[in-house]
Design a protein around this ligand. Structure first.
Ligand code: ZN
Ligand code: ZN
Ligand code: FE
Length: 762
């Protein structure tokens, strides 16, 4: 029979996902010879020799039976001349440094169905093994210390494979061929239970015992893949109150882990898209609307219409539910206030023993801290609130190649860092608010790790325009130390630049709404319309919300009634109104006096165009939220109310030149407070802002002959705003773009900065 030689190049997500073993298996099954190896650009190269018919079968299998975690973007084939060279089929190892440059580090993957079946099978050697994994599942990023991704470069190094595991590891016909996290009860990590003093509680089955303790009202610290969770009952008040007190969180919602989709449906509604996300390999926390039957404690997500839910993602999590009837447990990241998620056993005992009654530990080290990801859906679209475990640090593949290798350090809140290398953007896991030494250290450490894993040779470092951010200082230091170029990128430019590259557009009118960003004029921005033409004029701020005074700086963010007072200073009789609300100011009447004094003096006040602050002020006027105890709280609670309301005020946007007025809107709220319900007024505020912003953007798009309008910034997570702006834009015959693969909030800033540094900066 005549023999054919074929070279096949596969691009996509094909490294660290069991792709080479898969190719090996289908080649051997078809009796083909040749090899498969990883390529430096994260693709795979395959040579096959054999008869045309079997090669055809092989190609079919390649396309249709690929491993669940792999994604194929493109397959190109080339016939090779010459005589067959190979005796058998082989997997070539790649270890060359340049070959590893930009290679894909796989994110953590939830335990797969096959492993779960074995976990429950009394005859299986891995029966009841909490860290059961295979090539298709298990931790990756959180265990990898160095590349290449081999066991000795991971935290599994300390667990020597037993003969049974080894036999599977070397057998190409098995699902665990080259599975770096392979382990079993004999050779793998062990789980154990200790009390708050660190004393071992001897139990045959510590994990199911932990589930029983949770069900009985105890608080447990549970070690997972990327850090610790604090876990508690979802129906008992007492542990939840204790948890709120210990975490200094009086209102901030807790995420919960539910035993199954059916269990979730007893308290929340799950759309088709929600279910896809909940059950995906990444297993993010998905924000779901509470349903009428919601019978879990109101302490979980107070005064919000939704609740963050995830499904178990390790064998350990599944086992917690085995012996009890609870539908869900609270599972909130264990971190002391403003610090990164706790990852080491001894660190956990030191920092969490006041809170947790027991600790469910295991003896595998965590290489990288990694919080859970958080997503919500707007209809069938997904919106990242936090892109972390399960996604980071898999790269975004862009349609263009950057001019240089860029590192972006992000802003201040909800920070991430990002490396842009050619056409790939590697965004780090969630770092947190970089306001203190611990989070700054995590930013440095995580970024170094990412540079190392991607083998990047940084040429430019990008940061925020704010002169006082810790990340700005850090970027300056690193630029000096390493002789890198430095680019300071305006916050809202970064939001919109990221959105543009995500969609591969060169021109965009961007609506950017959030809480705060330092403007090019040194003032506070946050409700902007930008015209962006990357080839010619760059970024131009063409419209914005009315500038409003910020009474008392950060105090106005914490106590949004201050915002309202500033906005309404010339509209209403302020003194009686403030006096009526004096109990909502920490210093009561005295504080009201000071506010009135400040407002009557001629001193020019610090001003902001922030959309977030307007929503906050509206929330305070309606009595929905008078003290902000977590980021976005007043606006989130306002959105929750507005979900059930109608636009009763029906105000036409008041546009003065390039400014959308907001004073009148808030005045109308006060005037109509007794006439309409809170949900109706809350909805009216949303309608006014979205209509006004969309109108301005459409006007600017027509004026500048631009076909697309985008919406980004933290306020783009708000479904009511996003869908209303979409309607106006699409009705005007224009295209509407939102973030799909990065967070619209500040977790996406680092990516936007690298885009400016890598594509737009000359
Ligand atoms: Zn598996
Ligand atoms: Zn073993
Ligand atoms: Fe922002």
């Amino acid at each position: 029979m005549n023999s054919v030689r074929l070279k096949i190049i596969v691009t996509g997500i094909v490294q660290g996902v069991g792709f080479r073993p898969f190719v090996y298996r289908i080649a051997v099954q078809n009796g083909l010879r040749g090899y498969v190896k990883n390529k430096g650009d994260a693709g795979a190269e395959i040579i096959v020799e054999g008869d045309p018919e079997t090669i055809r079968k092989f190609m079919n299998a390649l396309k249709n039976q690929k491993p669940p975690l792999s994604q194929i973007y493109e397959i190109t084939t080339m016939k090779l001349s010459g005589e067959p060279k190979y005796e058998k089929f082989m997997i070539h190892k790649s270890s060359n440094e340049t070959e590893l440059s930009g290679s894909t580090i796989p994110p953590d993957v939830a335990v797969c169905d096959e492993c779960l079946k074995e976990l429950k099978d009394a005859k299986d050697p891995r029966h009841n093994y909490f860290f059961i994994t295979c090539t298709n599942c298990g931790p990756r990023f959180t265990t990898i210390e160095r590349l290449p991704y081999d066991r000795e470069n991971t935290t599994m190094r300390e667990f020597e494979m037993c003969s049974f595991c080894r036999s599977e590891y070397v057998d190409p016909s098995r699902r665990r061929f080259h599975a770096q996290t392979i382990a079993c009860p004999r050779c793998g990590p062990k789980a154990y239970l200790v009390n708050s003093k660190g004393e071992l509680i001897e139990r045959n089955d510590p994990i199911r015992e932990a589930g029983r303790l949770l069900s009985n009202g105890k608080i447990l610290a549970i070690k997972g893949y990327g850090g610790f969770h604090l876990a508690a009952s979802t129906t008992k008040e007492q542990p939840l109150l204790r948890l709120r007190e210990a975490k200094h969180r009086c209102q901030k919602p807790f995420a919960i882990m539910a035993r199954s989709v059916a269990a979730i449906e007893t308290f929340a509604s799950v759309s088709e898209k929600d279910e896809v996300l909940l059950t995906s390999h990444a297993r993010p926390i998905v924000l779901l609307n509470k349903n009428k039957a919601f019978a879990l404690s109101d302490l979980i997500a107070p005064n919000l219409h939704n609740v963050g839910v995830m499904l178990p993602y390790t064998g350990l999590h599944y086992m917690l539910f085995d012996d009890i009837a609870d539908v869900a447990f609270v599972m909130t990241s264990a971190n002391p206030p403003n610090r990164p998620i706790v990852k080491d056993n001894e660190e956990a005992l030191r920092t969490l023993s006041d809170t947790a009654d027991f600790f469910l530990l295991h003896d595998r080290k965590i290489a990288q801290r990694c919080d859970d990801s958080v997503i919500r859906t707007h209809g069938s679209r997904m919106v990242f609130l936090r892109r972390s475990r399960g996604y980071a640090p898999a790269p975004l593949i862009l349609r263009k190649r950057a001019k240089r290798c860029v590192l972006g350090l992000g802003g201040e809140l909800n920070d991430t860092s990002c490396i842009l290398l050619q056409n790939k953007a590697f965004i780090s896991q969630h770092i947190g608010d970089v306001e203190n030494i611990e989070t700054k250290e995590l930013l440095v450490e995580a970024t170094k790790h990412l540079v190392h894993l991607t083998n990047s040779k940084i040429e430019l470092i990008a940061c925020d325009l704010h002169p006082k951010f810790a990340t700005t200082h850090l970027a300056r230091e690193l630029a000096d130390e390493n002789d890198w170029q430095l680019a300071q990128v305006q916050h809202h430019y970064a939001h919109i630049a990221g959105l543009m590259l995500e969609h591969g557009v060169d021109e965009l009118v961007g609506i950017c709404c959030d809480g705060y960003g330092y403007g090019t004029d040194g003032q506070a921005w946050g409700g902007e319309v930008l015209v962006c033409k990357t080839e010619t004029t760059g970024f131009k701020r063409v419209a914005h919300l009315e500038k409003q005074p910020v009474l008392g700086g950060d105090l106005a963010t914490r106590y949004p009634l201050r915002m309202a007072a500033g906005i309404l200073r010339n509209e209403i009789e302020l003194e009686p109104w403030l006096m009526k609300h004096k109990q909502h100011f920490p210093h009561g009447e005295e504080e009201v006096r000071t506010i009135l004094q400040q407002l009557s003096s001629d001193r020019s006040m610090y001003q902001t165009t922030s959309c977030g602050r307007i929503l906050d002020a509206a929330s305070a006027i309606l009595g929905v939220c008078l003290e902000r105890t977590y980021e976005g709280e007043p606006a989130m609670k306002l959105e929750s109310l507005a979900k059930r309301g109608k636009n009763v005020l029906r105000m036409e946007p008041i546009i003065d030149g390039d400014t959308l007025q907001t004073t009148q809107l808030l005045h109308e709220l006060i005037e109509n407070q007794n006439k309409y319900s809170k949900p109706d007024l809350a909805k009216s505020v949303h309608s006014y802002l979205s209509k006004g912003l969309a109108q301005l953007a459409v006007e600017k798009a027509i004026e500048n002959r631009i076909e697309s309008i985008g919406f980004s910034g933290g306020a783009a997570c708000n479904e009511i705003l996003a869908s209303a702006i979409r309607r106006t834009v699409e009705n005007a015959g224009l295209k509407f773009l939102v973030n799909e693969t990065i967070p619209p909030g500040d977790g996406g800033i680092s990516f936007g900065q690298t885009v400016v540094g890598g594509f737009f900066f000359s």
